[in-house]
Design a protein around this ligand. Sequence first.
Ligand code: GRF
Length: 215
Amino acid sequence: MAAKPVAQRAKRLVVLVSGSGTNLQALIDGIAAAGVEAYGAEIVAVGADRDGIEGLARAERAGLPVFVRRVRDHGTREEWDAALAEAVARHEPDLVVSAGFMKIVGKEFLARFGGRFVNTHPALLPSFPGAHGVRDALAYGARVTGCTVHFVDDGVDTGPIIAQGVVEVRDEDYEDEGAALHERIKEVERKLLVDVVGRLARNGYRIEGRKVVIQ
Ligand code: GRF
């Protein structure tokens, strides 16, 4: 007789934000629409590196616990990094998602969460890493750009790629310094992030060098 499949525990997600939090909102809505069990994961807390942002307001409206660790409240960058890692660890996450979190984490954070820390970036890596991925792609004259969901390593947007989405650049994108282009990228990015996080949570994965295999 075939063994009954064992129901898997929903994975615990901590999401980190620095801004408007529309990627966070997509996760909140995607999980609510599917149901935690079917999606395979739930958000257990939202963290930020600054106060007063819409991303935190979105978390609060959804009834999620929030925490803030600001660099300037710590003596050194290393102390901030350790404090952030501790705050995240308290929620015992299976995966940590950087959804528009505009800080580079340090050694301590990566020692604790490396291999389960996912970031979304608004360009097709390895092109245009860093804080201005949209602007840099336009300035270079790229005709296509997009977004990349990847694991975080100790470089800037250099970790193993999980999935990418492509967005065409239009001539009129030069008129507003990429604001409309970034919005079109974010539409693709939000769907990709919700899809990828759910698949990682439900199926499990392994990282083989630069290749991510979702089982
Ligand atoms: C996203 O495009 C993300 O890739 C970038 O900043 C944006 C965050 O948007 N780093 P939001 O805060 O999720 O609306």
